[in-house]
Ligand binder design. Structure first.
Ligand SMILES: [Zn+2]
Ligand SMILES: [Zn+2]
Length: 362
């Protein structure tokens, strides 16, 4: 039996996204069908439509989501109908070189796939789904390893955030930067990922957590997340950070924007021997220029953190437990609760740097 659903589709580059009727594929062995209950508006989706990334079209947007399993295919073992699940846009195959060497976040079966076809159709023609999910839709068909069961007490809007922004931001701090108690941490870019990084840095015992954004508007959100200092980004950022860190520069910078200019700013604001962790997903042609002598003499480390450098199957349930135990408060991250039809307006707010997370509730 075919299922028809509504999903938010970009028909071609530069054309606004619209809600259209889509036909779901029948699920095959090892696949599951999930009724989406909450889907967050993530910056990577904005990058799919604003020219930063160049995905194929037509494309269903959305990849940060949670929902309820409504059908399972043959041989599915990790979930059953009725389970509440977080969707995982980087499911690990557990058999490739990276998975077998403890780096499932770099799994070669899915890494770098901005969009693929999964049998979904629009007027009989194939449609691509963002990061293998296409979660701005009433339902999603995905392989079973792309769902992570979570306790039913966890509300769907918070569960959705665990699938991308929270895992990415907190993982960058805990797994990639490995922030230690007393260290100073600079976080540049205060969207859902950046604010999660601020909260994780504070939770890790950082002495100073300096939050940076382009406008004063994010100050309240930054402080609610645990920032000790807030700085509006400017050409004198590195000087201001030095003044806040005993003239040294920060031990860590977490770059959550994905632009050469902010990666450079993060580099210059860290101390000698400090570490820059790039979390933002930037454009292929945005080149970061660093001096060869500077790389040597500053002795800094530049790292990237993909999907929180986390084993999602372990860390998403752990984050869910932290939320239920009251150790992790994510309510302040959600500033707008919207419908699927209101997602394009949420992209506009995100482009203007307003608010934290918008979450579509279905
Ligand atoms: Zn995301
Ligand atoms: Zn793998």
């Amino acid at each position: 039996m075919s299922h028809y659903i509504r999903g938010l589709v970009v028909r071609s580059a530069g054309v606004p996204a619209e809600l259209v009727e889509l036909r779901l594929p029948e699920i095959g062995p090892g696949q599951v069908r999930v009724k989406v209950r909450a889907a967050g508006v993530c910056h990577s989706d904005l990058s799919m439509i604003n020219g930063t990334l160049r995905p194929p079209h037509p494309l269903v947007l959305g990849h940060e989501a949670a929902g309820e399993v409504v059908e399972v295919g043959e041989h599915v073992t990790r979930t059953r109908v009725g389970d509440h699940v977080v969707l995982n846009w980087q499911p690990a195959c557990r058999t490739c070189w990276f998975c077998e060497h403890g780096q499932p976040w770099l799994c070669s079966t899915s890494s770098g796939v901005a969009a693929l076809e999964n049998g979904l159709t629009l007027d009989g023609a194939p449609v691509h789904v963002t990061l293998g999910l296409g979660a701005f839709a009433e339902q999603v068909v995905a392989p079973e390893n792309a769902v992570i069961p979570v306790p039913k007490e966890l509300n769907f809007e918070v569960a959705a955030l665990l699938g991308c922004s929270v895992l990415t931001g907190s993982g960058a701090v805990r797994n990639t930067a490995q922030v230690q108690p007393g260290e100073s941490v600079l976080v540049i870019g205060l969207g859902g990922v950046g604010l999660s990084a601020v909260a994780a840095a504070r939770a890790a015992g950082a002495g100073k957590v300096i939050a940076v954004d382009v406008t004063e508007a994010k100050k309240g959100l930054a402080e609610a997340a645990g920032a000790t200092d807030f700085v509006v980004s400017s050409d004198s950022l590195s000087k201001e950070i030095r003044n806040l860190t005993g003239k040294l520069g920060a031990d860590h910078a977490i770059e959550c924007v994905g632009r050469a200019s902010t990666i450079r700013a993060a580099w210059r604001a860290t101390r000698r021997g400090g570490q820059v962790t790039v979390v933002g997903m930037g454009a292929a042609d945005d080149m970061v220029q660093l001096g060869a002598l500077d790389i040597f003499s500053s002795a800094r480390t530049l790292k990237a953190s993909v999907y929180g450098q986390a084993d999602t199957d372990i860390e998403v349930p752990a984050l869910a437990r932290d939320v239920l135990d009251g150790k992790l408060d994510l309510d302040h991250l959600i500033t707008d609760r919207i419908t699927l039809a209101e997602v394009p307006a949420a992209f506009d707010r995100m482009s203007r740097g307003e608010g934290a997370r918008s979450v579509a509730l279905l």
